[in-house]
Design a protein around this ligand. Sequence first.
Ligand SMILES: [Fe+2]
Length: 169
Amino acid sequence: MKRREAFKKIGLFTIIGGSGLAFLSSCKHEASKEVIAAPLAAVATPKVKTEREKLIINRSNNSFADPNNPTKAELKHTPEIILGEKDSLGNTLVKITIGQAGIIHPATKQHWIDYIKVFVNNKLVAETEFANGGIRGFGHYYLALNQGDKIIAESGCNLHGIYESGLNI
Ligand SMILES: [Fe+2]
């Protein structure tokens, strides 16, 4: 209770102190007839979306409704992770394509995989954005991996949302 009373007093003092400062401040500016302009950085300017960004209308997270029997639509959106050879420095080739079981996601101007993200042990290590139309959701990465690491690949479809898959090393 004492702490609460102390905080109330501090809060009241702060309000009075702040008002007093504002009053003093306004008097000073009235006397000098000084006009203060807001700094440009403080003025919020709305971000203008690109045509590509306007087409990205679904950012919901999805998963297989039945993991033992995924639908073609689910497979079409889910990243497939394939490990390749190691390079001379020991980094492992990781191939990620969308989707699985040979079902390829469309790559048109209106419907496409707009990004892939790759995480190792929940840390984002790569992010690739794709233009709409003319490029398929696919990426090759060389990752420094250790036994026991977990790779997660995440993909975003502009119309159908976000899907992910994982692979334990
Ligand atoms: Fe899609």
